[in-house]
Design a protein around this ligand. Structure first.
Ligand code: AMP
Length: 200
């Protein structure tokens, strides 16, 4: 999506995995939460994401991926965006059964170097175990093991699900049935971004 529409992709999970890999102070604070499927404390992630957003040039569109995940984060985001005069135009809620999510996530693999995402069942690389882009080995995220995924789903229900109502009441929520194939899900999200004025 980011390539297609020329949008900056800001993924909170990618940022945290990079900080952990580099052994920074943020990475040290985040590591145990991430590996157990819990949320990193709000103050840590809010600081990281708002400073990332602060580096996005005025007038440049962006996709936030994995952030916000709590009402406190949503409030902090709204404050940060209103100070820079950039409203959120749509929030996409991808809906899928727990078993469907687990089935997809346990077969996900990522490139240890560039972070490109594959799925050994649904989207395999050209050469087994190697990234198409740079040939580096593919790895499984520590939190993509089934028991951690189940914990992440509980975390989602307790801490993140309230955001559905939060954004619905602000008229921003767009719900997408993610149980369908990738192409159909993609088309629907493309339509949502085009509805916000995004052009390819
Ligand atoms: P993700 O790559 O979005 O699946 O995130 C992986 C893990 O990073 C999550 O399970 C959390 O431990 C942590 N994380 C990512 N985004 C956030 C966030 N917005 N708030 C708190 N923790 C987060």
């Amino acid at each position: 999506m980011s390539e297609r529409f020329g949008l900056i992709h800001l993924s909170s999970g990618d940022v945290l995995r990079r900080e952990i890999a580099e052994g920074t102070e943020i990475g040290r604070k985040a590591q145990s939460f991430v590996s157990q499927g819990a949320l990193v404390p709000d103050d840590v992630i809010i600081e990281v994401m708002l400073s990332g957003l602060g580096r996005v040039a005025a007038g440049q569109g962006f996709i936030l991926d994995g952030f916000p995940r709590t009402v406190a984060q949503a409030e902090a985001l709204a404050g940060g965006l209103s100070r820079s005069g950039r409203p959120i135009e749509a929030v996409v809620d991808l809906q899928m059964s727990d078993d469907g999510i687990v089935e997809r996530i346990v077969s996900r693999r990522i490139c240890g170097k560039c972070g490109a995402t594959y799925n050994v069942r649904f989207f395999p690389p050209r050469v087994a175990g190697r990234c198409d882009a740079d040939g580096e080995p593919l790895i499984q995220r520590v939190d993509d093991r089934e028991e951690v995924v189940r914990t992440r789903l509980e975390t989602y229900r307790k801490e993140t699900a309230p955001l559905v109502q939060y954004y619905a009441s602000r008229g921003l929520l767009r719900t997408v049935d993610a149980s369908r194939g990738a192409a159909e899900v993609e088309n629907e999200i493309v339509g949502i971004i085009e509805g916000c004025g995004g052009t390819t």
